[in-house]
Design a binder for this molecule. Sequence first.
Ligand code: GDP
Length: 298
Amino acid sequence: TAEPAAERPGFMGRIFGSAAPAEPRRELDDAMLEDLEDMLIAADMGTDTALRVTANIAEGRMGRRISATELKQALADEVTRIMTPVARPLPLYPKKPQVVLVVGVNGSGKTTTIGKLASQFRTAGKSVVIAAGDTFRAAAVEQLQVWGQRAGVPVMVAPQGSDPASLAFEAMTRAEAEGADLLLIDTAGRLQNRADLMEELAKIVRVIRKKDPSAPHNTLLVLDATTGQNALSQVDTFRKLADVSGLVMTKLDGTARGGVLVALADRFGLPIHAIGVGEQIDDLDAFDARDFATALVG
Ligand code: GDP
């Protein structure tokens, strides 16, 4: 059988006598697919998604000779295909204020993400009000005030331990009175008592709906990439607690490969609105499927 063109000395090589060594090719077999699968699982993709991705790559390629570059390309294409439908910026509505409820476990990066979002909206010429709805955590409230100052956005706070729903109502009143474009509401993230948290979130939603039945317009779930596969169960949990409309994945600047995003897209199909890539105010990027796939494949 004829060797594939890439394994013969290049045409230019014959002329110039400096053929680059051809990239080795290997037959795509079960062993190779298993290695690929292990690699994807190590990148946090989870077993189910890794299996599906590998199966799709195998399709039509099994038994054929393939180079590392071609395999990488196939993988990047497959990841891009999965991620493209979920790569969607936070939708903006003409509604004033557009109410964005931000949920997630403590430490996931809610406060930081709210600060970054507020700053981006301000830069885009939007007026923003923040409500520090995690009234039990004094540190979160202080942190949010610092972010508000940096972003040039007012932060509504309430006495420690007071009802987050009444704060949300006041913030809604203020945002309406000021004609603010957006109201970002931070919420508590303690999962120790889920029934409490569910009631707390439900009450916030109830009171803001008294002012605007279409609110909240977005419920963002903030996830920490370094928790790996844990992100999947967090989505499961928070979808029971609130009507999650989209995701923000933080801490993708660290060692986390973020393969869990592929698993999330594969399992839930929720839009990924943004990714956190650092602790500074500008470290929030739009999620780009192709860039992400290329980085993941390495
Ligand atoms: P919250 O408890 O959900 O409000 O989480 P915080 O916003 O307080 O964030 C928890 C920690 O994660 C803080 O130290 C943040 O600086 C850090 N953090 C948040 N987002 C990112 C990110 O995208 N990259 C990195 N490296 N750190 C982040």
